[in-house]
Design a protein around this ligand. Structure first.
Ligand SMILES: NC(=O)C1=CN([C@@H]2O[C@H](COP(=O)(O)OP(=O)(O)OC[C@H]3O[C@@H](n4cnc5c(N)ncnc54)[C@H](O)[C@@H]3O)[C@@H](O)[C@H]2O)C=CC1
Ligand SMILES: O=C(O)C(=O)C[C@H](O)C(=O)CO
Length: 255
């Protein structure tokens, strides 16, 4: 991580990350701990081995709470536990999502509801509890979206619908929360080669085709998401809210 900057205001910050125990989320937990932040995270699967790895590496363990974030009461309870352990949240990172493949034809109403619960509802209600904790002192929320909807990708339409919804939600909540000095921005990664992506979706042909679309000819890693997230979390971006920042190696070139 020698290319990582130091964000002094994150030292001692109370940070909550959804899905902070694997994939991009694990890199974020590592990155915030390296800044001296106190990290709490929720995840579905057991992350105790990762917690111990972080304790060995940083001399401080993240607070892991196992559970399903689509249960709003449980989600809020874990965020309150994070506040009891580390103080009211300074930073929320809505990172956990599910990009399970599906087609329009095969979609049932139950599957639609479940995908929206994971990819939108949990984001929204995490923002609700974070805003309660941040009111009066301010804070920063980072919502992970994806360039997938900007590319018009096929194969996971409810996921891309949610990703578009996340940027809309981010803009409206920025307007609502700005007077409380709570900033909220979206971060839209390109294709990040987590172990799960490599195991499940990344065929050599698709990887080559994607690299062709990037200006920069190197695949993205979970570690590439750390500094952009820290920047949005920190006061370094104090004048930014309601934005969607693409970190994609230059697939989506706008302006
Ligand atoms: N990996 C990629 O290529 C890209 C990822 N992104 C976004 O980046 C973020 C992270 O992606 P990945 O690390 O690839 O995801 P992942 O699928 O590898 O990890 C997701 C994490 O969220 C947790 N999680 C999922 N559903 C949950 C639930 N109901 N309750 C509690 N925890 C739950 C999982 O346990 C896991 O730790 C997501 O928001 C995704 O949309 C965006 C573009 C590309
Ligand atoms: O959100 C995602 O997942 C992605 O955006 C992944 C890719 O960009 C992808 O699948 C490229 O073909």
């Amino acid at each position: 991580m020698d290319h990582q900057a130091t964000f002094h205001d994150l030292n001692g910050a109370s940070v909550y990350i959804t899905g902070g125990g694997s994939g991009v989320g694990a890199a974020l937990t590592d990155g915030f701990l390296a800044q001296g932040a106190n990290v709490a995270f929720i995840g579905r699967s057991d992350a105790s081995a990762f917690v111990e790895e972080m304790r060995d590496k940083h001399g401080r363990a993240p607070l892991f709470m196992q559970g399903d974030m689509t249960d709003t009461e449980l989600l809020h309870a874990t965020m309150q536990k994070a506040a009891e352990a580390h103080g009211p949240l300074d930073v929320l990172v809505n990172n956990a999502a599910n990009d399970k493949r599906h087609s329009l034809e095969e979609t049932t109403a139950e599957f639609w509801d479940w995908m929206i619960e994971v990819n939108l509802k949990a984001y929204y209600f995490a923002c609700q509890e974070a805003a309660r904790q941040m009111t009066g002192k301010g804070g920063s929320i980072v919502n992970f979206s994806s360039i997938s909807y900007m590319m018009g990708n096929a194969g996971y339409p409810i996921y891309t619908t949610s990703n578009a919804g996340i940027t809309g939600m981010t803009r409206s909540l920025a307007r609502e929360l700005g007077p409380q000095k709570i900033r909220i921005n979206a971060l839209a990664p390109g294709w990040v080669l987590t172990q799960k992506q490599l195991d499940m979706w990344a065929t050599p042909d698709d990887l080559a085709a994607h690299l062709e679309r990037q200006c920069l000819k190197e695949h993205l890693t979970p570690e590439d998401m750390i500094a952009p997230t820290l920047f949005l979390a920190s006061d370094a971006s104090r004048a930014m809210t309601g934005q969607c920042m693409a970190v994609d190696g230059g697939v989506v070139v706008t302006g």
